[in-house]
Design a protein around this ligand. Structure first.
Ligand code: CAA
Length: 389
């Protein structure tokens, strides 16, 4: 990776990046294909990532985290995603979709109870917004929470929950006042073993197969009122604020996938011969590599810029939605472009499960879909640019 002069890295950044790179190469690379094939959740390596401080990078040490900044987070995540996007999304969701919201909106007691075990990697956290009939139009959710004394009673279904089958704790977004639409959504911190909460079947997926995804079913699930995150009706704002952080994580996942695919294609183009010369010497292949590399570096700049915008927003009410959405949009479409070209450069071998290139291609697609589709990112960017939000 390049240390671009406008993003001078501190010694701490470099140490964390190198530790993540070393771990990914030594511990994840040997098992990535096997776990992709089996679809098994990589419990042992995720536990080790927790021990190394990768599961709560921006969370202060007093709550079990590594106490580093937003750039440190993307640098470490990029290294993990270069080797395996499944480990990457588990790390991303834990750090940003789960921890970030509790750090920003949680009470002191909530931080101690719901942040510390997750940020220190002893337990896994997940985020539940989507429902069977509401994905992009997240404000139209049908699940309900009704106050009953010192509890809220939750009913409904949540879908496409990353780490759903294995998570110990969830941030759950649900309607407390349906008449108010988005302003009637509230957020709750729910322990995975709460009676009335069950996990649906694990989704069989095209890519990121080692990350576990499922529905959650709430049937008269009684959650203590003290587990309300923020205030009643503040849930949609919390969900959107947290997604801005999450989108930087998914952009980084896309960057890592694209870098891995590019490096494989670059090496193959230098070795594989056709018509008497390495295929990289044909302009048709060389130009492909040039476009791949340029888009990757542009993605990296957008992502690091978004991370710096996130860092600057800390402790303020400032948003970095524009930077996060542009980074996710560009990096995810770059990952699709680059993995597509990488398969093409590899020819038949790109289509074979003997090489990881087809896995990169399958893994890339989800980055254009989850945590806001490319269409939703364009909506967010255009509304902000037109002064509509
Ligand atoms: N930060 C803070 N507040 C925000 C915000 C943000 N980024 N975005 C919107 N808001 C606020 C608005 O200011 C507005 O508040 P006011 O009324 O007080 O002004 C309120 O939220 C409603 O905003 P909108 O009117 O813009 O809401 P909308 O219904 O038009 O929706 C949307 C906007 C951008 C389309 C949004 O619904 C969205 O992002 N949809 C995509 C959802 C998504 O990404 N889902 C993925 C779920 S996670 C996942 O994939 C699974 C996983 O586990 C990885």
């Amino acid at each position: 990776m390049t240390d671009l002069p406008i993003f001078p890295l501190t010694d701490e950044h470099k140490m964390l990046r190198d530790a993540a790179r070393d771990f990914a190469q030594k511990e994840i690379a040997p098992i990535a294909a096997e776990f992709d094939e089996s679809g098994e959740f990589p419990q042992a390596t995720i536990k080790k990532m927790g021990e190394l401080g990768f599961m709560g990078i921006e969370i202060p040490e007093q709550y079990g985290g590594a106490g580093m900044d937003a750039l440190a987070y993307v640098l470490a995540l990029e290294e993990i995603c270069k080797v395996d996007a499944s480990h990457g999304v588990i790390m991303s969701v834990n750090n940003s979709l789960y921890c970030h919201g509790i750090l920003k909106f949680g009470s002191e007691d909530q931080k101690k109870k719901f942040l510390t075990p997750i940020a220190s990697g002893k337990a896994i956290g997940a985020y539940t917004l989507t429902e069977p009939q509401s994905g992009s139009d997240a404000g139209t959710m049908r699940s309900r929470a009704v106050r009953d004394g010192d509890f809220y009673v939750l009913n409904g279904r949540k879908s496409w929950v990353t780490s759903g089958p294995v998570a110990d704790y969830f941030v759950v977004f649900t309607m407390t006042d349906p008449d108010k639409k988005q302003k009637g959504v509230s957020a709750f911190l729910v322990e995975g073993k709460t009676p009335g909460l069950t996990r649906g079947k694990k989704e069989p997926k095209l890519g990121i197969r080692a990350s576990a995804t499922s529905e959650l079913i709430f049937e008269d699930c009684r959650v203590p009122a003290e587990n309300l995150l923020g205030t009643e009706g503040e849930g949609f704002k919390i969900a959107m604020t947290v997604l801005d952080a999450g989108r930087i994580g998914i952009a980084t996942q896309a960057l890592g996938i694209a870098e891995a695919a590019y490096e494989a294609a670059r090496q193959y183009a230098g070795q594989r011969e056709a018509f008497g010369q390495p295929i990289g010497q044909f302009q048709g292949t060389g130009f492909k590599l040039a476009d791949m590399k340029t888009r990757i570096e542009a993605s990296r700049l957008l992502i690091y810029n978004a991370a710096l915008a996130k860092e600057m927003s800390k402790g303020t009410e400032g948003r970095y939605s524009l930077e996060a959405s542009m980074a996710k949009l560009f990096a995810s479409e770059t990952a699709m472009f680059v993995t597509h070209q990488a398969v093409q450069i590899h020819g038949g071998m790109g289509y074979s499960r003997e090489l990881p290139v087809e896995r990169y291609f399958r893994d890339a697609k989800i980055t254009e879909i989850y945590e806001g589709t490319s269409e939703i990112q364009r909506l967010v960017i255009s509304r902000l640019e037109l002064g509509m939000k």
